[in-house]
Design a protein around this ligand. Structure first.
Ligand code: GLU
Length: 448
């Protein structure tokens, strides 16, 4: 039976597809004035223009082509529709460490959804285990689906719940936890968990993938194996993020959860340690520590769970001409914290000064991190920085803005006393501050 009627196509696109006798899954050729596209016809998302046809190209990417009257659509082959069946779970080896993989969604837990044509969070943690059978040689794995959502849809409430679930598992005595996560906001979650889960006895590793596991170039397996290996056996006990070290499939690196940032939209080595270095590497199923400055694994340690985050915290990026009314807006709306993403060493224009003073006077905790990302704020060099300090703005040293934001949310989730909150904000909880500035040539992109 033809699926074309229920595939989401409409208008000119549907008319031309029917005319050429194309069905979902068929291989089609679309010839426009300037280009020829060939690939599998996949369904259309419910929303969108009636003239767009979506083709899955050989590269694995989906392309939307505008089908006007001048464009030719042909069927060039009958396609087999890919299907996904849960693979069988590998046998457990009781001698191996016990690791729990919690899945929250994202590409690592995705496959192509032939209803919408999009990549969809659809496979469970146990499917992941089945898809990567090598895991059976690395650990005894238990799996749990916590969420099945893209990471841009996670909120502070999810961080709280996730931290609580991790704590429950740790209390059961597991050797390590892996959290499969969408890469977009994975570093926010790793920072959040770093503050929420203190004095960890075992590692908690957040892991993702840039290419879904049903694509030949997927990085999911290498990343997952690295993460599970580190969770089960590494000597550290911190919240970390494991991803590809380079674009090739050779090794994964372990970044500290508060020092890592997504830096590239599509590369497999998108995550970089910022103002810090990866603490370990996993290569050929071997974990190598790259520093001796880390919290030790020790099953006797008692986890301290502090899972609350304030939702009343905003990030305001400074740019030339920023209207101070933006700052006033958050104050009026009852926000408790504002993180200013300042320029350079830590500046915002003098036109914002009155609004900042007003925010501080109203009891809003105003902190500042640099939008340079790399380096450290120093608000004592120029008048502007000194003025901001005199208004009570708290400089966040070498924390980059996203970690600074998450920390401000966490701090204001612990206390409503501004002075206490300030003190906590300046206390190094999970390696978010580095005591010394690292050699610049080693920390800039590409050097790690
Ligand atoms: N927006 C998706 C997410 O972060 C992208 C998928 C991915 O990077 O895993 O969940």
């Amino acid at each position: 039976m033809s699926q074309i009627e229920n595939s989401g196509y409409k208008g000119e696109a549907l008319r031309q597809l029917k005319l050429a006798d194309c069905d979902i899954g068929d291989i089609i050729r679309v010839t426009s004035k300037s280009k020829v596209y060939e690939g599998i016809l996949i369904p259309r998302a419910e929303l969108g223009e009636g003239t767009i046809v979506i083709v899955k190209m050989k590269s694995g990417y989906n392309v939307g082509i505008n089908v006007t009257k001048e464009v030719k659509v042909e069927k060039i082959g009958k396609g087999t529709k890919p299907a996904f069946a849960s693979p069988s779970i590998p046998k457990q080896n009781p001698a191996l460490p016990h690791v729990v993989i919690m899945s929250t969604g994202g590409t690592i837990a995705s496959r192509v959804d032939y209803r919408t044509g999009a990549v969809r969070s659809a496979i469970s943690a146990s499917d992941l285990y089945g898809v990567v059978p090598e895991l059976a040689d690395v650990a005894r794995v238990d799996t749990e689906i916590v969420y099945s959502i893209y990471s841009e849809n996670l909120t502070q409430k999810n961080w709280t719940e996730l931290a609580q679930k991790v704590a429950e598992r740790i209390e059961q005595g597991v050797d390590g936890i892996v959290i499969a996560h969408g890469t977009d906001t994975m570093a926010y979650t790793s920072a959040a968990l770093s503050f929420a889960l203190q004095n960890l006895p075992v590692p908690v590793i957040v892991v993702g993938a840039q290419r879904s596991s049903d694509r030949p170039s997927s990085d999911a397996a290498t990343n997952l194996i690295g993460a599970v290996k580190a969770a089960g056996e590494a000597p550290f006990a911190e919240v970390c993020l494991v991803m590809h070290e380079s674009v090739s499939d050779i090794a994964t690196v372990v970044h500290r959860g508060t020092k890592v940032r997504k830096c590239h939209t599509s590369r497999r080595d998108t995550f970089k340690s910022i103002n810090g270095f990866p603490i370990a590497k996993v290569k050929n199923l071997q974990v190598t520590m790259e520093t001796d400055q880390y919290q030790r694994r020790d099953p006797k340690k008692k986890l301290v769970l502090k899972p609350n985050f304030s939702e009343k915290v905003a990030l305001v990026k400074f740019y030339p001409g920023l209207d101070p009314a933006v700052i006033d807006f958050y104050v009026e709306k009852g926000f408790k914290g504002i993180l200013l993403e300042g320029s350079g060493l830590g500046h915002v224009s003098k036109f914002c000064f009155d609004s900042i003073k007003n925010a501080v006077a109203k009891g809003v905790l105003v902190a500042l991190a640099s939008q340079c990302i790399w380096g450290r704020v120093n608000m004592n060099v120029y008048d502007t920085g000194r003025d901001l300090l005199s208004f009570g703005v708290v400089p966040l040293d070498d924390m980059f803005p996203e970690t600074g934001l998450v920390k401000l949310m966490w701090v204001l989730g612990q206390t409503s006393d501004v002075e206490e909150a300030k003190k906590l904000l300046k206390t190094n909880i999970a390696g978010e501050f580095s005591s010394r500035t690292l050699p610049q040539d080693k920390i800039v992109e590409g050097a790690q």
